[in-house]
Design a protein around this ligand. Structure first.
Ligand code: FAD
Length: 566
């Protein structure tokens, strides 16, 4: 990507100098402003959210080209991968947050920030409706509206309870800084309660039963952190009750950490067993009361277990404001808002969605492929000429590189065989092709092409990609860089978003981490733990948080974790 702002700024300066300062914004007296020399108003870009996607966009967008405004109910960015460490005091909450105004200041302060929550998006009128919890005007209203030219929706997702009764009321979630702080206090409450003199052993055991529902990366990392906290620190402080502590991980699937390589899953399950963490797989939680968690399993049927503290970590769901938007634009039947590969929300002019609140629709991909076929089959006969088929395939491969793999597969070879003789020379002018069948077959392959994971890596890359597109908007209008549009000669302005997977970690406690790096390179153990420390220190958004996090790790090594309840 090349930037042109310097060049355009230069032009403005030259224009201002040669016109004797008549450029509207360069002259304080409005009478002197000439209509013909007025600089057009900058377009307004409104960003919703200050998480991974929103912050990455803000850090990379060229604020000299747009009026950028940000709305978010929290005035900071949180480094979520270290949230599990906050639950047990390994890292302090303030060490993993960066005030959004610090980030704005570093950009030259050219961005407006309002601490509020957007509760309605109105794409027809290009407006968003917001509410602020911290202030009302003289009429007592705490709501306001903001209009936009471009809207960047990066509001993330909420925890998904699958409507399981009692979860909202009785379980902790691990999504925000406040959640981690509450968990930390709750762990200490459980220990202090279990230590009271008036409790019998059963009651002490109940209080010291920590249940984690969901065996994904977050649940597993929290279980490992908690185990370390108990075995390294709390067992020394509560010697009389330390043997009563139990940590359980309940997972509905066959294994924990299913998104990782099988070797990692196996290692994690074995390590947890050795550590005494009870991993219950194929158990589905159906109800949570303030005393028990009820779950079912094919062989045991329904069982209820008493618990002291429960953390619910079974994945993410859509926020109400997004559900409302999806209803407005005809996506009510979907689970997550769908965008195309340029992160545009279809049917909304100038609206982009990225990060956990949206997904690049695979169905959209299939609709496009069907469309390519329909357009190619001009006489609606289901028959395409050899040339037409070649064009169709070329269109598909340019637009969707992931389909290219499939086209090398058997289905494709069958078609090529139909067209060519054994030496590969074309023998037929045209071929009967059941378009519907072929599209269906492609759809199957496409569903195997996994949708992008809801991770910070994806969100940050999308924010960066979109900012770069915005920075080149004008230039790419004249010099498009994207693939050909379907069946048209023109090109798309931009290349579609492509995700680059850089690997993933699963910290398993006891200074051991499993790392799965690109090329399916697996490393498990103490060396990966050091890799984890280095990567997470380097990925911090500022030198301030980097220094704080490293200091916290060092403090923990020397003095252990802090068990006070403040
Ligand atoms: P978020 O980062 O959640 O940001 C959403 C933003 O929108 C927030 O600022 C929020 O305040 C704001 N917002 C919410 N509602 C509104 C509204 N109505 N109006 C305006 N603003 C709103 N990913 C990894 O890649 N690696 C990891 O190791 C990893 N570990 C994780 C550990 C935990 C405990 C958790 C919870 C997540 C982890 N993730 C990890 C996932 C990662 O955090 C998310 O995928 C990522 O945060 C998504 O970024 P986002 O910008 O879409 O949403």
């Amino acid at each position: 990507f090349h930037h042109r702002p310097t060049f355009s700024k230069l032009l403005v300066v030259v224009a201002a100098a040669s016109s004797g300062g008549l450029v509207a914004y360069a002259d304080a007296n409005p009478d002197h402003a000439l209509e013909s020399t007025r600089v057009p108003a900058r377009k307004k870009v409104l960003v919703l959210g200050t998480g991974w996607a929103g912050t990455s966009f803000l850090k990379n967008v060229d604020t000299s080209l747009y009026d950028v405004q940000v709305i978010s109910p929290r005035n900071y960015f949180a480094f979520t991968p270290l949230l599990p460490s906050v639950t047990c005091g390994t890292v302090e909450p303030r060490s993993i947050v960066e005030p959004i105004r610090n980030i704005i200041r570093k950009k030259g302060g050219d961005i407006e920030f309002w601490e509020a929550e957007c509760f309605k998006i109105d794409p027809a009128n290009k407006k968003v409706h917001c509410r602020s919890d911290i202030g009302a005007n003289l009429d007592g209203s705490n709501e306001f509206q903001v209009d936009y030219d471009y809207l960047v929706i990066a509001i993330g997702a909420k925890s998904n309870t699958f409507n399981t009764p009692g979860v909202e009321e009785n379980c902790h979630f691990l999504k925000e800084i406040e959640d981690a702080q509450q968990i930390r206090r709750s762990v200490m409450d459980c220990f202090e309660r279990a230590n009271l003199p008036n409790l019998d052993e059963e009651e002490r055991k109940k209080n010291l039963h920590f249940v984690i529902v969901g065996g994904g990366p977050t649940g597993v990392e929290f279980a490992a952190e908690l185990h370390d906290f108990v075995s390294e620190d709390l067992s020394k402080l509560y010697p009389t009750i330390r043997d009563l502590v139990k940590i359980s991980v309940i997972e509905a699937g066959e294994h924990i950490l299913t998104m990782f390589d099988k070797r990692i899953t196996k290692f994690a399950e074995e390590k947890f067993r050795r550590d005494g963490i009870d991993v219950k797989t194929e158990f589905k939680v159906i109800k949570v009361s303030n005393k028990d968690i009820t779950m079912t399993n094919k062989s045991t049927g329904e069982v209820s277990v008493p618990y002291g503290m429960a953390v619910w970590s079974t994945g993410i769901g859509t926020r109400p404001v997004m559900i409302d938007l999806m209803k407005q634009i005809g996506q009510a039947n979907r689970r997550v808002l769908a965008t195309d590969e340029w992160l545009r929300v279809q049917g909304c002019d100038g609206v982009y969605a990225l990060g956990d609140c949206a997904t690049i629709s695979q169905r959209k991909v299939m609709e496009d492929i069907s469309e390519i076929f329909k357009v190619a089959d001009k006489d609606n006969s289901g028959t395409l000429t050899v040339k037409e088929i070649q064009d169709v395939l070329q269109d598909i491969c340019i637009r969707y590189p992931q389909v290219e793999l499939y086209l090398k597969s058997k289905q494709m070879r069958d078609i090529v065989d139909l067209l060519n003789d054994s030496k590969g020379n074309a023998v037929k002018e045209s071929v009967e092709l059941d378009i519907e069948e072929f599209t269906k077959a492609l759809a199957n392959v496409d569903s195997q092409v996994k949708t992008l994971p809801a991770t910070a890596q994806v969100a940050a890359q999308q924010g960066n990609y979109l900012a770069r597109c915005f920075n080149r908007m004008e230039y790419s209008e004249e010099n498009p860089e994207g693939p050909l549009r379907i069946r048209e000669t023109g090109r798309h302005r931009f290349r579609p978003f492509r995700y680059k997977h850089l690997g993933q970690f699963a910290p398993l406690g006891g200074e051991q981490t499993a790392a799965q790096l690109p090329g399916d390179w697996i490393s498990i153990g103490h060396s990966s733990q050091w890799l984890w420390y280095s990567v997470y220190a380097s990925k911090q958004v500022s030198w301030r948080t980097r220094a704080l996090v490293i200091t916290d790790w060092t403090r923990r090594f020397i003095f252990g974790r802090d068990s006070s309840q403040i």
